[in-house]
Each structure stands twice: as structure tokens, then as C-alpha cells.
Write a protein that binds this ligand. Structure first.
Ligand code: OAD
Length: 242
């Protein structure tokens, strides 16, 4: 892959980089995406599985779905795209990874400067006390799982209709406003509020690069749209940044 000279020059002078990722970054690890022909939302209805109402109505069904996803993800490894992003955090003075993914693969690849804006399915939250703690049990011994205090546990993820953490949003907004370059990787760029993040960076004057296997709603206006697999493009991009 040959990158444009303009893009390589932009990266060379940059000290503040933000990366946004979506389910596409984990596709090459074998984790299904949400939209598209093989997407999870083709087989399942988000309303039945990823809303507070669904959990209230049928916690067992919701947990069976999360247990299935946890079992699937536990057998997968971070791919070259995750690894390249983890390496990038050492190359820039200011760096933030904003991921919509709850699979934990960025952490497993070594990323530390990250905001998991939709939560993480390897954490659970007590419905009684609100306490959040890690849970790596695969498969779960009890469905739905319960806290020591007997209250139900829920996955510590953001469901449709729920608010995102104010701190995560504030950290993301600040990094987006201040970054000189933004990379948008493997997201259909349709779910708010992340769908509007590239506009925040653009309004702050950032150079925006998108990496996706197909065009998205932002492809028409970003500075550089690279069509291809993130696991192949990102390692090459990393080399060109060094
Ligand atoms: P989507 O499934 O909507 O989009 C995945 C994107 O990845 C698509 O644009 C694909 O073209 C692209 N893609 C697939 N394979 C790729 C590869 N190897 N390299 C690069 N790109 C690839 O997933 P998200 O945009 O992450 O939210 O979805 C956003 C949110 O919607 C998710 O966090 C989830 C979902 O409903 C909640 O559950 C709250």
C-alpha cells in the first residue's frame, strides 16, 4: 500500500493523535461486527438484548447472549491492527484511543491510553449497590449472575437509551478538540454520539483519515479515506509514522 505524500507529511509533524475504533477492528480476530451481511443485528434484535428494558424483562436471555459473546471473544486474540494502535500511543506526545468495542481486545493488545466509551463486557455492575468489578468467568456458572449481596449483576456496558459516562465524554471531547490528526477505524459511523466525533475534530482543524473496508457516511468529507482491512493497513501506517 502506498500512502499519499500529503498524509505521510501530516503524520510526521503531528504530536496529538486520536484514534476512534469500532467493531471492524476486531473483525480480523474473528469477532462479529454489528451491521453488514454477517452482523449481529441481522440475527438478533437490539431491542431484545441491548436495552435496559430487555434486561428488566428477561435478564436470563440478555445474560445468555452476553455469555455467548464472552465465550466467543475469550477464544480470540488481538490482531495486527490492535497491536499497531497499541504501539502508536508511544509515538505521540498526546494520544487517546476511543473505542466503541466492549470486547477488551485493545487492552489485551497493550493499549493503556484508552476510553471504552460503550463499556467492557469483562466488567459487571451490581444492580443493588452500583459497584463495578471485573468478571472473567467463562462460561458463567450462574445465569443471570448475582452479586454477594444477592442483587442481580449486569454487564458494565452502555445499552441503547442509556447515557455514556460523563467523564469518558469529557475526556473524548477534549482530545478531539485538541488533536491534530484523527484516525477513524472500522466503524460504520452511524451510532451517536461517536458518529459526531469526527465533526468535532474537523471543527478543531484536525486532519482526518478513515480506514474501513467500505465507504461510510463520513468517507465523502474526510481528508483521506483508505479502503482496506485495518489489520493490514494499520501496521503499514505505523511504519510510515516512525
Ligand atoms: P458496525 O458493525 O456498525 O460497523 C463495523 C464497520 O467495520 C463497518 O463499517 C465495516 O465496513 C467495517 N469493517 C469490517 N471489517 C473490517 C476490517 N477488517 N477492517 C476495517 N473495517 C472493517 O460496528 P460499530 O460501528 O462499532 O453499540 O457499531 C457501533 C455501535 O453499534 C456498537 O458499539 C454497538 C452497536 O450497536 C452498542 O451496543 C451500544
Amino acid at each position: 500500500m502506498v500512502f499519499s505524500q500529503k498524509m505521510i507529511e501530516r503524520f510526521r509533524g503531528v504530536s496529538r493523535l486520536v484514534v476512534i475504533t469500532g467493531a471492524g477492528i476486531s473483525a480480523e480476530s474473528g469477532v462479529p461486527t454489528f451491521r453488514g451481511s454477517d452482523g449481529l443485528w441481522r440475527r438478533y434484535r437490539a431491542e431484545d438484548l441491548a436495552t435496559p428494558q430487555a434486561f428488566q424483562g428477561n435478564p436470563r436471555l440478555v445474560w445468555e447472549w452476553y455469555d455467548w459473546r464472552r465465550r466467543l471473544i475469550s477464544g480470540k486474540k488481538p490482531n495486527a491492527g490492535h497491536m499497531a494502535i497499541a504501539a502508536m500511543e508511544h509515538l505521540f506526545e498526546e494520544f487517546l484511543l476511543i473505542t466503541q468495542n466492549v470486547d477488551g481486545l485493545h487492552r489485551r493488545a497493550g493499549s493503556t491510553k484508552l476510553v471504552e466509551i460503550h463499556g467492557n463486557l469483562w466488567r459487571v455492575r451490581c444492580m443493588g449497590e452500583g459497584k463495578v468489578f471485573p468478571n472473567n468467568e467463562v462460561p458463567l456458572k450462574e445465569i443471570p449472575p448475582r452479586c454477594e449481596c444477592e442483587a442481580l449483576l449486569r454487564p458494565d456496558v452502555v445499552w441503547f437509551g442509556e447515557s455514556l459516562s460523563e467523564k469518558d465524554l469529557a475526556d473524548s471531547h477534549m482530545a478531539l478538540r485538541e488533536c491534530e490528526c484523527l484516525m477513524v477505524v472500522g466503524t460504520s459511523a452511524v451510532v451517536q454520539p461517536v458518529a459526531s466525533f469526527p465533526t468535532i475534530a474537523r471543527n478543531g482543524g484536525a486532519f482526518i483519515v478513515e480506514i474501513n473496508v467500505e465507504p461510510t457516511p463520513i468517507s465523502g468529507w474526510v481528508d483521506q479515506s483508505i479502503l482496506g482491512k485495518s489489520g493490514e493497513i494499520l501496521p503499514q501506517l505505523l511504519e510510515s509514522m516512525k
